[in-house]
Design a protein around this ligand. Structure first.
Ligand code: XMP
Length: 513
């Protein structure tokens, strides 16, 4: 079993960030609900425990509290923010409402330079605070190791029991040296090595997949996106021809997308690829439909029908593989004010119908997205796939407004390839969250050569985002925009106008639908 750090989640919006910071130290981390019994935690044999922050106050009647048995497990503990209040609550300190909320940037003065948590760090550090309550009496046998203007107990330690508490958030980027604090905790205090790497994970995952699957066959729906692609490469490494990937061309893909998938997976990896050419079917079902919700429904239902029929043709398989990631698996803490509890809902949840009787293989279910990308690189997938931007399931249908016709799709594909090409050559493509073209159902008058035209409008959409939930439009350089616009109006027949979308999300969405 991997050496691991257990994070108990008290509903902080940063819990997953803590987990990622630990993994960036090449140490495995697991997020568990705040009330997981100490006996369960002990079974995992953690090298350390972190108590996350959270929106509550320890004195609230419904405050989330951990099993106090965790303090008897004799492993190092680090309480962050609300986690410190818990230390005080359980170990004999006192917490009171702060005179003023401490929120935002602060400066931490390290009071004990011998404290392992701050080893190698300067005497003062910029830190990020976000708390209302604060510690006013040290828990028993603790010492102060850091102070801020607003708090005499901003960082505390129980030297003998190796229990630490910090009021600020070391995991966020606004604590610039926070990564080193996390690294000190996991390496120097908990004694973890650097075992968790994607190179090591391949061996572990291959073994687990082989044990789970035995000599049975596995089917995977390959979309060409990062998750299903990496899952395909990993499963293929483990079970070779026992894996069949089904790729559905729904006629709503970007230019060359189907070719790239066939090239990479069919020809290079020599994966058994069942290619389903169903463009005509999808376009027939979408004929005359303009309502965005209806488009989505039709595409979703048709996909399920096509995929189900394809699995029957693929022959008898016991398992269905899915590229589920860790954030989909973590149980969010049902605490009022916990934004993570709301962030879950997404467009594609719902999945395949219940009557598809497969057992699931989910070889990415303990990985974060950045780890999946690294894993893809280790498995030899090209950058074009590993660094791919998110692309919606309904494909170009949510970027082609009004009725979808073959000619409008042709226009959109050509314009979109120009946007992507120019962004790549300006080295901006992989820096942005999503960059694409949208075809508006608006025709306007233009003049090209000596002729008046009456053609379509293309909108350029480029956004920055962390998770797709909120987004800001990217300030693209004028010369890039100029080249994109010139090329689209010159090279794409049917377009005489290019506009730029200057809307963030909210109030807009990323796709236009
Ligand atoms: P919106 O347009 O809602 O999109 O701001 C947020 C993110 O989700 C993607 N998106 C989808 N992804 N199936 C998906 O897998 C869908 O139906 C879908 N609709 C939107 C969108 O590209 C963006 O990254």
């Amino acid at each position: 079993m991997n050496e691991q750090i257990v994070i108990l989640d008290f509903g902080s919006q940063y819990t997953q960030v803590i987990a990622r910071r630990i993994r960036e130290c090449s140490v495995y981390s697991t997020i568990l609900r705040y009330d997981t019994p100490a006996s369960e935690i002990a079974k995992l044999n953690p090298k350390g425990i972190i108590l996350s922050g959270g929106p509550s106050s320890v004195y609230a009647s419904d405050a989330p509290l951990p099993d106090k048995g965790i303090f008897k497990l004799d492993v190092p503990i680090l309480g962050i923010c609300y986690g410190v209040q818990l230390l005080a609550h359980y170990l004999g300190g006192r917490v009171e409402k702060g005179q003023k909320r401490e929120y935002g940037k602060g400066s931490l003065t390290i009071a004990d330079s011998g404290c392992a948590l701050f080893a190698g760090l300067p005497k003062t550090l910029q830190v990020w605070n976000s708390h209302g309550d604060k510690l006013t009496r040290l828990p028993k046998d603790f010492v102060v190791v850091g102070t801020t203007d607003n708090s005499d107990y901003a960082a505390i330690e129980h030297p003998k029991r190796r229990i630490f508490g910090i009021q600020f958030h070391p995991e966020v980027v606004h604590t610039p040296r926070g990564r080193e604090i996390v690294a000190n905790f996991v390496h120097k205090i908990c004694g973890c090595g650097r075992q968790w790497t994607m190179r090591n994970y391949i061996d572990q995952a291959v073994e687990e997949i082989r044990t789970q699957v035995g000599s049975e066959r596995v089917i995977l729906g390959l979309s060409g996106g990062v998750d299903s692609s990496v899952a395909a490469a990993l499963l293929h490494r483990a079970i070779g021809d026992q894996l069949t990937c089904i790729f559905v061309n729904n006629g709503l893909l970007r230019a060359r997308e189907a070719e790239v998938v066939q090239e990479v997976f069919g020809r290079n990896f020599k994966i058994r690829l069942q290619y389903e050419e169903t463009s005509a079917l999808f376009l027939k079902k979408l004929k005359g439909v303009t309502d965005p919700e209806r488009k989505r429904k039709i595409i979703g239902k048709t996909f399920i029908d096509v995929f189900q029929a394809a699995t029957r043709r693929a022959g008898k398989a016991k398992f269905l593989a899915q590229g589920t990631l860790y954030p989909d698996v973590i149980e969010s803490v049902p605490i009022a004010g916990n934004p993570a509890a709301m962030i879950k809902s997404h467009h594609n949840v719902g999945g395949l119908p219940k009557n598809m009787k497969f057992a699931l293989v989910e070889p990415l279910r303990c990985l974060f997205k950045d780890e999946v990308r690294q894993l893809g690189v280790e498995l030899g997938l090209p950058k074009e796939i590993v660094q791919r931007q998110p692309f919606p399931g309904p494909g170009l249908a949510v970027r082609c407004l009004g009725e979808i016709t073959p000619d409008k799709l042709r226009i959109l594909r050509e314009a979109d390839s120009i946007v992507v090409e120019e962004m790549k050559s300006a080295e901006l493509y992989y820096e942005t969250w999503q960059t694409f073209a949208v075809l508006l159902p608006v025709r306007s008058v233009g003049v090209q050569g000596d002729e008046r035209t009456y053609d379509f409008t293309i909108a350029i959409r480029a956004v920055e985002s962390q998770d797709g939930m909120t987004a800001d439009w990217v300030r693209l350089p004028y010369d890039v925009l100029e080249r994109v616009s010139l090329r689209i109006t010159n090279e794409v027949r049917g377009v005489n106008r290019v506009v730029l979308d200057l809307t963030s999300k909210p109030p807009g969405t990323i796709e236009w639908e």
